[in-house]
Design a protein around this ligand. Sequence first.
Ligand code: HEC
Length: 212
Amino acid sequence: MFDRCYVCARMLNTVAVTLLAGKASYVVLLFGALLLGIQTTLLRAEDTPQLLTPELGEPLHPSDIENYEITIFPNGKNLPEGQGTVAQGEVLYQTQCAMCHGKKGIEGPAARLAGSDGWFSFRDPLRVLRIRKHPVLLISVGSMWPFATTIFDYIRRAMPHQAPKSLNNDEVYALTAYILHLNDLLNTATQLDKHSILEINMPGKARSVIAD
Ligand code: HEC
């Protein structure tokens, strides 16, 4: 400990020099000063959080934080009020998403949203050909994502790619409903909201290792 502390190291050094010079009475004084030095260092250590603050940036107002505190958890925590249907989602999808994800969510060029478990959606027009080409596993939102709540979270924070956070909660519910429908996971009659979304059983869940 002594060799790590600047004050102690200096003190010990001085003690050694004084001893060598044969001035024993100074040693007692210096020893006292050493103890004082240690005490002061320890007292300073209690203040260190303030001393070590880099004093950069400025505190955030709670309303600033709210803007970023939008993570939706698999148990539904943080899911907002609102609702949407498959039909509403389809209209939004065709105008805001299809140009990148394809009319049926399978053509791309951006990430594939439909198809599951190596068995492609029954709505996939090229189903037979695709199964021959990829007989084992198809990676898509429908095949890999373990929770429907993540689809909501992802769309709300990141899509459409060129205008993230531009959709309101009803629109995000509707789009989530449509993507689930493309994956045969939601029928057209069901309205998606903070309760019904928790009832969706995603095929990707069985293939995931979930950390508690
Ligand atoms: C301008 C192109 C573009 C548009 C428009 C767009 N996306 Fe995307 N989307 C992407 C890209 C690129 C990715 C992959 C992003 C990445 O992995 O970082 C992606 C990823 C996704 C994913 C995650 C896919 C995965 O497996 O990782 C979802 C879900 C999604 N988009 C939904 C939507 C929805 C819903 C809309 C319409 C509101 C939309 N996207 C509009 C380009 C787009």
